[in-house]
Design a protein around this ligand. Structure first.
Ligand code: UD1
Length: 356
């Protein structure tokens, strides 16, 4: 008998990607294992409530730690969980530590793995996410691809072509499904936001872990705030370092707590431009048509540059690029192929056909 489909989720972006997949698999026996990598109300529970995700069947409560400590702590807990549930398939999402931990445990137990958002590559092995996504793809029986170039990346790494399915982007399913619920006026009122603002998010280790680097970044963000107000919901990673570097010491910088999904996208939609190092926001701004300046040397999501509003900038390029983005007419952009809100149903279809 084919066991349940178990979704292993751990961090904020996983929740946004999983919602449409779990929804589209309604009628099939499923379970949700939350690793507990993200545990704050505003990093986790609020996403389950807002996106109508089922309550996790179990929360493994792994919490924070170094990469090795977090990944290692997860593995025996996941092993116990998977042994007890005898899943027919484990579904993992994105590139976080929970993703690789679950894929590795499943592969060793000979449980098939499906990877949603397979094949993205920054070609930058200093990013923990790049390590996680490369290895997860090697361990996966079904690779669900969001962007056409990922098919080539997987082929070059020897992933058999019959494992690879180009299905579109489930994160965009969630965005399109909730378009009527993003209330920019309500967010403006709730947080007393100005009419015109730049929305920033910063949490990548390369930008926020080293106080000297964060200090330079904060100076640049202050210069952006000289142009227009800057609103920055603070991810727990980097919060203290950025505040210690003086982030809040500018009259037009507005640090906020992490926002839930609906408020966050509403705030993005109302922004004149965004400044970020997030992966997901590069995709969301592509659909919303909001200029996106990504403060990174590379991106695993080049389609957001070729089709969308994204542009990579160095610290030194940030302020001139922000000035230009603020002066320009709304950027022209195209919708990447299959970012049409139907990725969840396509994934469900492939899984159902694959099931014995
Ligand atoms: C993780 C992912 C990253 C993703 C991000 C989205 C990895 C390697 N990285 O990074 O790809 O873009 O999630 O949010 O998996 N913390 C809290 N409360 C929480 C969660 C985290 O305070 O609910 C703190 C932790 O104590 C830690 C820091 O945030 O100090 C980092 O958390 P961690 O989950 O290790 O990685 P992220 O930086 O969130």
């Amino acid at each position: 008998m084919f066991g349940p489909i178990v979704h292993a989720l751990g961090a904020r972006p996983n929740f946004v990607k999983a919602a449409p997949v779990i929804g589209a698999l309604a009628g099939v026996e499923q379970a949700v294992v939350h690793t507990g990598q993200h545990y704050d109300e505003r990093m986790s529970e609020i996403f389950f409530r807002e996106l109508g995700l089922p309550e996790p069947d179990v929360n493994l409560g792994v919490g924070s730690g170094s990469h090795a400590a977090q990944t290692a702590a997860l593995m025996p807990r996941l092993e116990q969980e998977f042994l007890a549930r005898s899943p027919g398939l484990i579904v993992v999402y994105g590139d976080v530590n929970s993703t690789i931990a679950a894929a590795l445990v499943a592969a060793k137990l000979h449980i098939p793995v499906a990877h949603v958002e397979a094949g993205l590559r920054s070609f930058d092995m200093t990013m923990p996410e790049e390590v996680n996504r490369r290895l997860t793809d090697q361990l996966s029986d079904l690779c669900f691809v969001t962007s056409p170039e990922a098919v080539g990346h997987l082929a070059r790494e020897g992933v058999p072509v019959d494992r690879v399915h180009f299905v579109g982007n489930p994160m965009i399913d969630t965005l399109l499904r909730n378009l009527d619920r993003f209330d920019t006026a309500a967010v403006r009122a709730a947080y007393d936001l100005p009419e015109r603002y730049v929305l920033a998010t910063m949490h990548r280790p390369a930008n926020v872990d080293d106080p000297d680097v964060a200090g330079v970044l904060v100076r640049r963000l202050h210069e952006v705030a000289d142009l227009t107000d800057l609103v920055i919901p603070l991810h727990p990673r980097g919060r203290e370092v950025l505040l210690a570097a003086g982030l809040a010491d500018h009259p037009r910088v507005r640090p906020l707590e992490p926002l839930g999904y609906l408020e966050f996208i509403a705030a993005v939609r109302g922004a004149a431009a965004t400044v970020t190092d997030s992966g997901g926001l590069q995709e969301e701004t592509t659909i919303l048509g909001v200029p996106c300046l990504t403060v990174r040397p590379n991106t695993e999501r080049p389609i957001t540059i070729t089709h969308g509003t994204n542009r990579l900038v160095t610290f030194d390029e940030l302020v001139p690029a922000a000035r230009k983005a603020l002066q320009a007419d709304p950027s022209s952009h195209r919708t990447p192929p299959l970012w049409d809100g139907q990725a969840g149903p396509r994934i469900a279809q492939v899984i159902k056909e694959w099931m014995p």
